[in-house]
Write a protein that binds this ligand. Structure first.
Ligand code: CA
Length: 325
């Protein structure tokens, strides 16, 4: 190995370990995943207000741009599985039978009703025990509207709850001529979210793009590298050069069950901590237990067994309660 790079690596490992000692004592955090999405349709303002009242540490925003570059809070680049777009704009479908947020202006998007998530093909609810599909009246909203509500509530209640925005599919946005990361970072900055102490964590699955946010767009925010596939785990050393945390799927934390049914944990959390990366895992759902007998047990496995630092959850009240004990 080139001597220079060897020395640089040593410097990083030493430095990162020093940070790690500080981070291992940090408070465990609760992230309201798409709001209080276990109780009200995901990413609606109502779901965010309810989540706020449950006092999580952060509330999550997924972000997709409209045709006129307004950042819309919605989980996918598609509209058809959480809105009535098919009824309102039946002709605006693309060749793949899907309706895209990016094909509509902000004002057009405001005409849609938001509903509990349903499977587009079978027309069945994804989580059958949740808020009934198609009931009541919910709307889409912009990132600015949500930030103003959370900051407003921070003022009126005296709490200090953070935001945890996710840039969705930057590559798709780029192909449609839009630089979503730049637009979002500028807005965050205008609302006072500029550094790691500003109560905002920015997340993305696209590693190249998250690295770009740090290196090229010069963001000083706390950055979380979301990881989906085991192959991504090999890239931890690279993530540690620009990110502050990783966000794995819960299942990535468990290697297997032994013959007595005991859990054998994967090395992911320890490896990440050794590199100074916090671990915020997704998604803890009280109505999707992944073969674990109770939600409490699932949380024990996550926070105590694997040692994660934070959890994305559809049921923030239950996780806040668990962490109090
Ligand atoms: Ca998300």
């Amino acid at each position: 190995m080139n001597k220079f790079f060897f020395l640089i690596s040593l410097f990083f490992i030493f430095n990162i370990n020093a940070q790690n000692i500080m981070k291992s004592n940090t408070k465990k955090i609760v992230i309201a995943h798409r709001g209080a999405s276990g109780y009200l349709p995901e990413h609606t303002m109502e779901s965010k207000a309810m989540a706020y009242a449950m006092k999580p540490d952060y509330i999550e925003q997924d972000i997709v741009l409209s045709k006129d570059n307004v950042p819309i809070i919605i989980h996918d680049i598609y509209l058809d599985d959480v809105t009535n777009v098919l009824e309102v704009y039946p002709k605006r479908v693309r060749n793949d039978d899907r309706f895209y947020v990016i094909d509509f202006t902000y004002n057009e998007l405001l005409q849609l009703n938001v509903t509990e998530r349903f499977d587009q093909k079978s027309n069945k609810m994804v989580f059958p025990k949740r808020f009934p599909a198609g009931k009541s009246h919910f709307r889409l909203h912009s990132l600015q509207d949500e930030i103003e509500m959370i900051q407003g509530l921070n003022k009126s209640t005296g709490n200090s709850i953070g935001i945890y925005p996710e840039i969705k599919d930057p590559e798709f946005h780029r192909k449609n001529g839009k630089d979503i990361s730049k637009i979002v970072i500028d807005i965050l900055s205008n609302y006072g979210y500029k550094t790691k102490s500003d109560n905002c964590i920015l997340q993305c699955f696209d590693a190249k793009e998250l690295k770009r946010m740090r290196m090229e767009l010069k963001s000083n925010l706390f950055l979380t590298q979301l990881i989906e596939f085991p192959k991504d785990e090999k890239l931890l050393l690279d993530y540690a050069t620009y990110a502050d945390a990783i966000g794995p799927w819960i299942k990535q934390l468990i290697k297997r069950f032994d013959e007595n049914g005991q859990i054998i944990y994967s090395d992911l959390v320890n490896d990440a901590h050794r590199l100074g990366l916090q671990v915020h895992a997704y998604t803890f759902r009280a109505d999707q237990l992944e073969n674990i007998p109770t939600f409490e047990k699932l949380l024990e496995i996550g926070f105590i067994g694997t040692g994660i630092d934070g959890a994305f959850t559809d049921h923030p009240d239950k996780v806040v309660e668990f962490l109090k004990k």
